[in-house]
Design a protein around this ligand. Structure first.
Ligand code: PLP
Length: 366
């Protein structure tokens, strides 16, 4: 059997992709909001049931620009989670704001909403939570806190494509939401991302900022960047979107099988999926608890000996990166750190056979 990696990108049938890009050879429109870009934007609005979207060349640029377009004062504090990917924190810092780290909840590994208010100061301008592994944050509680203290809310929904809470898209909450369409995500455009907002002024500003801040043909009203999605990326999105429900359906079968085989294993903690949520089954994280006979790292080694390459994701937490270490003020003992020391994301992708789940689970059950 070939080595089993933690993920493999979803690809559409080759001919469906080439049929779409053949139009590019006819119209010579490669980037700058071409017909495929417009088609994808329209299809995503429908699929996600949202009103405004701005497409980006990657998720990180989308997040950076989302933060910019919500006009947080330079030097202000943004409450966020340390249990995330570097991108979340970098987007805050690169906008001249200060990340203030709030611990996570052991229930869902998302920001602990009971600990947000104690971190709010006169200098706080926003909350930037992450829907970790696609599990929605406590959005109602975050909205309540933000309203009470007059804060902006920007969600990192890089893991949460297609997730719904009580039938409502998770990307419809907050002042703005970022999605990632990176190759490793549930829905990909090779590299790609989006800013979504209920406020069209924010997505319009994002459209302008991702194109150097250009207004009309001759003026630049802001010191923008270049982060436009190309037609080749948009074509991959159009082709992949047709199969995303099928992809999520396969992921559900694999996740349910993992849960069936692992939830009784002592020392292995599986993630509970909340009721009322339509999940996208983006990841299958487990925690290796103290009761388990091996440590997390020993489990990873054992899997690797069997040519199964799981991933410690997220490990370490952001506050331990060299660029943030010692500057965050985040306490050493935290739920976030504890989870990061125990977590393993198991292999999960749409072309994976269920026999691989059985093999991995059997290795873990001993
Ligand atoms: C993937 C990811 C990003 C960045 O998205 P890119 O499209 O890779 O730039 C940001 N935040 C989280 C939580 C992610 O997983």
């Amino acid at each position: 059997m070939p080595p089993i990696l933690v993920t493999r990108p979803t690809l559409p049938p080759f001919e469906e992709y080439t049929a779409l890009i053949s139009k590019i050879w006819e119209n010579r429109w490669l980037t700058n909001s071409g017909p495929l870009h417009q088609q994808l934007a329209g299809e995503l609005k429908k699929y996600l049931n949202i009103s405004n979207i701005s497409l980006f060349t990657n998720g990180h640029s989308a997040l950076e620009v989302a933060v910019h377009c919500t006009h947080l004062p330079k030097g202000s504090e943004v409450i966020t989670t340390p249990y995330t990917f570097a991108s979340t924190t970098h987007a805050i810092v690169r906008n001249g704001c200060k990340p203030v780290f709030c611990d996570i909840s052991y229930d869902d590994y998302n920001i602990d909403t009971t600990k947000i208010e104690e971190l709010i100061t006169d200098n706080t301008s926003a909350i930037l939570p992450v829907h970790v592994y696609g599990t929605p944050c406590h959005v109602d509680e975050i909205t309540r806190i933000a309203k009470k203290h007059d804060l902006k809310v920007i969600y990192d929904a890089a893991h949460a494509f297609g997730v719904e809470i009580a039938g409502r898209s998770v990307s419809s909450f907050g002042d703005a939401t970022m999605l990632s369409f990176h190759a490793t995500k549930v829905f990909n455009t090779i590299e790609g991302g989006a800013v979504i907002s209920p406020d069209k002024r924010i997505t319009d500003a994002a459209d302008q900022f991702k194109n150097f801040g250009m207004e009309g043909n001759d003026d630049y009203i802001d010191v923008g960047t270049n982060a436009k999605m190309s037609e080749f990326q948009a074509a991959m999105g159009v082709a992949n979107l047709k199969y995303v429900d099928q992809n999520i359906g396969i992921r559900k079968i694999l996740c349910d099988r993992y849960t069936e085989l692992l939830q009784g294993v002592e020392g292995v903690r599986v993630l509970a999926r909340p009721k009322n949520v339509k999940s996208n089954y983006a990841y299958y994280p487990i925690l290796i608890e103290e009761e388990y006979e091996l440590t997390r790292d020993q489990v990873c080694d054992k899997l690797a000996e069997n040519e199964i390459y799981a991933r410690k994701y997220f490990y370490p937490i952001v506050t331990e990166y060299s660029c943030y270490k010692g500057k965050s003020g985040f306490p050493n003992d935290s739920v976030a750190k504890d989870v990061s020391m125990k977590v393993i994301c198991l292999p999960l992708y749409d072309t994976m056979d269920v026999s691989i789940v059985d093999k991995i689970s059997a290795l873990l059950a001993h």
